[in-house]
Design a protein around this ligand. Structure first.
Ligand code: NAD
Ligand code: ZN
Ligand code: ZN
Length: 337
């Protein structure tokens, strides 16, 4: 099979011919059609985080395609089924978190395109219990970004403790954010979008954000305080510690900032603001297969659709460069078929 392979951190991926994956018990083999390029792939390729993937690695965790083989013990899938392959490759199933339905917090989890080979390839091996069936009415390309960007924002919004009619600020209107805006509206929230790229704010308006703020041109905290008196929730997708501080600053008392973005390092929390305002800062990491199935169902029912630009697998390094430069509107999806 053809694959884009990371051989050393910070270097371009190499397009190579690789042996097809071998299936074990509980595995399925998926022939990929498409795979979205997530900012997490960029973190992986640069080796941004303390826990680094083992190389060589095939990145990619927003894969969609068809089942072409099933391993021993698999009864849930048949050859020809349309499936999505998300970030959570597997979890132990028996730890405290797994037993409570939080496999995305399992300490023994494996991650597609990080700790096991991912979907920037013609074929990927996946666990039968961790892939999701693609509903009719969702194409392979438009479904791909829902595997991570969609799931993560859907779950993050569910973790936000806000009620219909309240305001949520989606901070960063990129790959995650532009889908987060759509899910927030689908849940009945009012949306303010903050970004530093005018084209992304234009997209946010088109998608239904009522207030859009260019944080490179004005202070987003002042603007939100002036116009809304604060927001009840913040969905933080901007890869910037300045944005984290501003997100907390625009939060109304009793509000929750759900942090999704993963810039390496730390951010400082002003104690008085946090405590006197009874604010919550909450991390959220992707979601379980059950969350993903729900996210897809809501996407179909409410018309949540990622804005995708298609590129061939061979363009992966240029796409990662664009992601780094911050010039992508919506999501780029690699065609791998
Ligand atoms: P992206 O590059 O497509 O989008 C980021 C957006 O933030 C861009 O539109 C950019 O212009 C904007 N931005 C950058 N700096 C800003 C600032 N100071 N103020 C306002 N906006 C700013 O990236 P993405 O694919 O959406 O991923 C975003 C982050 O989320 C990454 O760190 C990624 O690793 C992380 N992520 C986390 C999870 C999770 O489960 N928690 C899942 C997927 C991705
Ligand atoms: Zn991702
Ligand atoms: Zn577990």
């Amino acid at each position: 099979m053809k694959a884009a392979v990371l051989r050393s951190f910070g270097r371009p991926l190499e397009i190579e011919e690789r042996a097809d994956p071998v299936l074990g018990e509980g595995d399925i083999l998926v022939k990929l059609t498409a795979c979205g390029v997530c900012h997490t792939d960029l973190h992986a390729v640069r080796g941004d985080w303390p826990l680094k993937p083992r190389l060589p690695l095939i990145p990619g965790h927003e894969g969609t395609g068809s089942v072409v083989a099933v391993g021993p013990g698999v009864s849930a899938w048949r050859v020809g089924d349309r499936v999505g392959v998300p970030w959570l490759h597997s979890a132990c199933g028996s730890c405290r978190h797994c037993r409570r339905g939080w496999g995305n917090l399992c300490a023994y989890q494996k991650c597609t395109g990080y700790s096991v080979d991912g979907a920037f390839a013609g074929l990927v091996r996946a666990r039968a219990d961790f892939v999701v069936g693609l509903p009719e009415g969702l194409g392979m390309v438009e479904a791909a970004p829902l595997m991570c960007a969609g799931l993560t924002t859907f779950k993050g919004l569910r973790e936000m403790d806000v009620e219909e009619g309240e305001w949520a600020a989606v901070f960063g209107a990129g790959g995650l954010g532009h889908i987060g805006i759509q899910y927030a509206l689908a849940m009945g929230l009012r949306v303010a979008a903050v970004d530093i790229a005018p084209s992304r704010l234009e997209l946010a308006r088109e998608l239904g954000a009522e207030l859009t703020i260019d944080a490179s041109a004005e202070d987003p905290v002042r603007r939100v305080q002036r116009e809304l008196g604060g927001v009840q929730g913040v969905l933080m997708t901007a890869v910037s510690s300045t944005a984290f501080r501003q997100g907390l600053g625009m939060l109304d008392r009793h509000g929750t900032m759900v942090v999704l973005a993963l810039p390496p390092g730390e951010f400082q929390v002003p104690v008085l603001d946090l405590v006197l305002g009874r604010k919550t800062v909450r991390g959220s990491i992707v979601g379980t297969p059950e969350d993903l199935a729900e996210a897809l169902e809501v996407a179909v029912r409410k018309g949540v659709r990622p804005r995708c630009r298609e590129e061939p697998l061979e363009a992966v390094n240029e796409v990662l460069g664009e992601l780094e430069a911050g010039t992508i509107d919506g999501r780029v999806v690699l065609r791998v078929d």
